[in-house]
Ligand binder design. Structure first.
Ligand code: NAD
Length: 533
């Protein structure tokens, strides 16, 4: 189903109701009881819920887009492209691949264990808590949730209260389409989330800022609960002289304007060499005109800042930066608090020192782009390395040398060369941060892996006691026994050539070799036995 580009404002969206704090424990208990019935582990249930989730997103595209519009004036076209479609594709991918993902992985355990069945089973954790963020409310809440149920977990979903319309619609739809015994939504702000975090979960997935990330991790540590933290940070863009300034400007202005720059992997700042910098900056206005027309403020495609608090922070940062000598607005700069409108803005003359340049202190998370001049790529690399490891890093260059130097000398959760965001369209690329930009990965198979633990499983033949008794005292513990055990089981450090042979031998399918040897022995015995008879 395709949503109309202008949201239908006649649809009724319920007001978001916060869950009473004293009811939260009972809700979590209900979900745990549901999990304890083992229903979520069945493939039938998982597929059924995934199908229902897809149906829910497909049948309600209009109301979901309408909620995104009410929250941040996001057009239905953008909400579909960057939020709903990505999520729907993930659900389809999970349904198409689940049979493969859940298969136990057989381990080749070598000659000594040739008669054992050694495998890794992917087991769900149990009851998962998903704390979503507001900026891509559907994808960031229902995306991890989708991975949780594909992996066989039960789930409690906590949408962000900062996007109240999106949260209200999700609550209504989840209750209508999905299994209420194993899937529940809790709504609210800090008190409600704090209550949730006091309770025991088997897995917590949090998306949002790093400060709250620390609160979540500290709460999880009380129950030793594993966490995935999807955080943010300042994602740099490095542009060298070989890049095509027009192409870079178009791609970058789009990425900085999508969702009004309120994107965790939005380009946060630009490091450009002296030759390309002026060409890039002057191409930015033209790029914005092509994307949104002359009057971006009247464009239905350009969203707004989510709340006054965020608007004030951004407008304050901009005006503080402009007080720094040399800093000036090269593109845009207009802000209107009544409309929560901030024009896509490019600021030049920004310095690298974050104590003197307000825009370089923390993640901007809005449509303001500081541009810093650097002498060469080495300087850009040094600067990126001096800061926290970012969630995303972008490089624009036609030089293979520049690209490989940047890739080998920097680190980031995600990297795209000569474009931005497009990694999100590839389900099999893991998504997540590193260091202060987060821990744990998801999307596609990586989401399934994040929500399961690898259970080591060894199934041995029940008999053959004589064969395995070599390990028992007194024989194994005696001096002779130790020699025999050492000969058979101890691993020896060998020279490189012998190591290659051993590595080759290890790769042989020893259980097959064993069975073939048994068959061969059987045939020989049969043959000679018949001869004697
Ligand atoms: P937010 O305000 O929606 O907060 C996220 C969640 O944390 C909400 O559900 C909220 O209720 C909860 N929360 C807030 N304060 C809390 C507290 N004191 N205790 C417990 N829970 C609390 O989102 P945000 O933090 O404004 O999101 C913006 C940040 O998130 C940016 O830094 C951005 O880069 C990052 N982000 C990261 C990703 C990613 O995938 N890595 C995606 C989106 C946003």
């Amino acid at each position: 189903m395709i949503a109309a580009n202008t949201p239908d404002t006649t649809m009724t969206i319920p007001t978001l109701e916060y869950t009473p704090v004293d009811k939260i424990e009972k809700i979590v208990e209900t979900v745990r009881q549901g999990y304890n019935t083992d229903v979520t582990k069945s493939i039938k249930w998982r597929k059924q819920q995934l199908r229902q989730l897809y149906k829910m997103l497909d049948e309600n595209e209009d109301i979901l887009c309408q909620a995104a519009y009410l929250d941040k004036k996001q057009s239905a076209g953008e909400a579909f492209l960057v939020d709903l479609m990505v999520l729907k594709n993930e659900v389809v991918d999970a349904l198409e691949n689940l049979d493969e993902w859940i298969k136990p992985e057989r381990v080749n355990a070598g000659l000594v264990h040739a008669l054992d069945r050694c495998e890794i089973r992917r087991e769900p954790f149990g009851v998962a808590l998903i704390i979503g963020a507001w900026n891509y409310a559907y994808q960031l809440t229902l995306g991890p949730f989708m991975a949780a149920i594909a992996a066989g977990n039960a789930a409690v979903i906590k949408p962000s209260e900062v996007a109240p319309f999106s949260a209200a619609v999700m609550t209504l739809l989840v209750e209508k389409y999905l299994d209420p015994n194993c899937i529940r939504v809790v709504n609210g702000g800090v008190p409600e989330t704090t209550r949730l975090l006091e309770l025991q979960f088997d897995h917590i997935f949090y998306t949002g800022n790093g400060m709250v990330g620390k609160i979540v991790m500290a709460a999880a540590s009380k129950h030793l609960t594993p966490v995935v933290l999807e955080l943010g940070g300042k994602s740099p863009v490095i542009i060298d002289d070989t890049a095509d300034a027009q192409v870079v400007a178009k791609r970058l202005m789009w990425a900085k304007s999508v969702n009004c720059g309120q994107t965790c992997i939005a380009p946060d700042y630009v490091l450009a060499t002296p030759d390309v910098l002026p060409k890039f900056v002057s191409a930015c206005s033209a790029a914005l005109n092509e994307l949104y027309g002359e009057k971006i403020r009247s464009s239905k495609d350009y969203p707004r800042i989510i709340a006054e608090r965020h608007f004030d922070r951004l407008a304050g940062l901009l005006s503080e930066q402009l007080k720094v000598p040399g800093s000036k607005v090269a593109v845009g700069g207009f802000c209107d608090r009544n409309e929560l409108f901030i024009e896509p803005t490019v600021v030049t003359g920004v310095g690298k020192d974050d104590s003197a340049n307000p825009l370089m202190k923390d993640e901007i998370f809005g449509p303001i782009l500081p541009v810093i001049e650097i002498k060469n790529i080495d300087e850009a690399i040094e600067y990126v390395r001096s800061r926290d490891k970012p969630l995303a890093l972008y490089v624009f260059s036609k030089s293979d040398k520049t690209i490989s130097t940047v890739l080998s000398k920097t680190d980031s959760g995600n990297t795209v060369v000569n474009d931005l965001f497009m990694n999100m369209a590839v389900g099999e690329l893991p998504f997540g941060g590193v260091g202060p930009s987060g821990m744990g990965k998801y999307h596609g198979h990586h989401g399934f892996l994040a929500y399961t633990h690898p259970r080591s499983t060894m199934i041995r033949p029940a008999g053959l006691e004589k064969l395995v008794s070599i390990r028992y005292p007194p024989l194994a513990y005696s001096a002779t026994g130790r020699k025999i055990v050492g000969m058979l089981l101890e691993k020896k450090l060998r020279g490189p050539a012998a190591q290659t042979v051993v590595s080759f031998l290890k790769k042989l399918p020893w259980n097959l070799v064993w069975w073939l040897a048994c068959v061969a022995v059987g045939v020989v015995i049969g043959y000679f036995g018949r001869g004697r008879a």
